[in-house]
Design a protein around this ligand. Structure first.
Ligand code: SF4
Length: 438
């Protein structure tokens, strides 16, 4: 059985900080609201799924305690994830040196488009609230990109697009159907075009400045949609796929100025991830660096400079992972409960299959089914059984012990609700501006 967490954690209001039992007092990490997933799970529509999940887990654990009975898939709550990462394509027109998905790019594996649409429709009927159109390829290269975005909006889903920026005009064309809770984020990772070129190796002549120059077109097409500049911070000695990564930490402030002047809504910094040698999980790749302290100090100095550039219309965000890196708390986000509850609430649908977590995209041990795993009711019912087994059998404490997990806080929070169910009944509903992105 999983470890107990202190009841005091549950007495607090819905999560605003990472504070599991692995954290010492005074070492909490403040979470940005977009990463406060516990809060999001108390919104209308999500809370019902949370309640049913917690009830199911309690019943399962009681049953296992008493009789060691096998899990009955028919008892699994009839909910799909509230939020998915949707990889539209494996095609990409870059060859980024820091890409964690390099081995799955340009495989030619694709969706049957009609089945993809029926998957989205069925998932919406069963509780899906939001879709982040993202990785494993460049989404705007999907031939039916615009049609798919419009289809999801017609279903009433919240939609976010994460792109490399080369399809900005396609995004501008579809932006009219989006609303103020939707967003676009461009992965650019540099402040100067010279660095941009060596980091991303575009197959055609795309420049950082041209990409940024097209951002106002998206914002003019729909001023309600926020557009973010995403920056993966890299350092000398960072390595993935047996390749050294180009260092960019010295351009953090430069990129912030470029983002602000190009009418982005914000810039967001996160640390470079590499693949763990043992289980291929995505992990922060700074562990063995001999000059770690100097790296952290240099990043902090640049981030401090970047924050000075904030205005009323332009913000600087640091990911939970970057905060953990800067504050020396990486290890505390690597201590996961035995069960990863977020496998139930957030999954990844890709042409390669359905996966339990963005960290295990295209990894067999995180696979829930193929690309049609939720395309009809029969497939969906079978997938529920697989998901239930994985929630029971996937040991996050060991599998994810090197992952600075973005969902560490909410996983511990749900674990606490399972062990102290009265706390769930006492939580107040979150009726703030809806944000179902997980
Ligand atoms: S514990 Fe975190 S990293 Fe591991 S599967 Fe769950 S969400 Fe993903």
């Amino acid at each position: 059985m999983s470890e107990k967490i202190p009841v005091t954690r549950l007495d607090a209001p819905v999560s605003t900080r990472v504070a599991n039992e692995s954290l010492e007092e005074g070492n909490d990490l403040l979470l940005d609201s977009i990463h406060d997933f516990a809060n999001k799970l108390t919104q209308p529509g999500a809370r019902d799924a949370l309640q049913r999940y917690v009830d199911w887990q309690i019943a399962q654990r009681n049953a296992e305690d008493v009789d060691a009975v096998e899990l009955d898939p028919s008892l699994v709550p009839d909910f799909v994830p509230i939020s998915i990462n949707l990889d539209l394509t494996t095609a990409c027109n870059y060859q980024c040196d820091h890409c964690v998905d390099l081995d799955i790019l340009n495989t030619g594996i694709r969706y049957d488009h009609e089945k993809l649409l029926s998957s989205l429709e069925l998932m919406t009927q069963r509780g899906l609230k939001s879709v982040i159109v993202i990785g494993g390829g460049e989404p705007t290269l999907y031939p039916k990109f615009g049609e798919t975005i419009r289809f999801m909006k017609s279903l009433g889903l919240q939609v976010a697009i994460v792109s490399n920026g080369t399809g900005n005009l396609k995004i501008a064309e579809v932006a009219d159907c989006m609303d103020k809770n939707d967003w676009v984020r461009l992965s650019l990772d540099s402040g100067a075009d010279e660095t941009f070129q060596v980091m991303h190796n575009p197959r055609k002549a795309f420049s950082l400045y041209d990409i940024c120059g097209a951002v106002p077109k998206i914002r003019e097409a729909n001023p309600d949609v926020t557009v973010g500049f995403s920056y993966i911070v890299t350092w000398r000695g960072a390595n993935i796929n047996d390749r050294d990564i180009v260092e960019n930490l010295h351009e953090i402030a430069l990129a912030t100025r470029l983002a602000r002047d190009s009418k982005f809504s914000y810039i967001s910094f996160k640390p470079f991830l590499t693949r763990d040698e043992i289980n291929n999980a995505e992990v922060i790749g700074i562990g063995e660096q001999s000059h770690k302290e100097a790296i952290v100090a240099a990043i902090q100095q640049q981030v401090d400079e970047a924050v000075q550039l904030e205005t009323d219309d332009f913000k600087v965000h640091r990911s939970t992972g970057l905060k953990a890196l800067l504050e020396g708390q990486i290890q505390k986000l690597e201590k996961q409960p035995q069960q990863c509850h977020m496998q139930f609430f957030r999954q990844v649908l890709s042409p390669l299959g359905l996966y339990n977590c963005p960290v295990y995209r295209n990894q067999e041990h995180g696979k829930l089914g193929d690309k049609n795993a939720v395309s009809d009711v029969q497939a969906y019912d079978a997938t529920r059984g697989v998901a239930a087994n994985l929630i029971r059998d996937f040991n996050a404490t060991t599998n994810c012990e090197k992952v600075t997990c973005l969902y560490n806080d909410v996983n511990w929070w749900i674990e606490g609700l399972i062990q102290n169910p009265d706390a769930l009944a006492n939580l107040s509903d979150n009726v703030s501006d809806p944000d179902y992105f997980l």
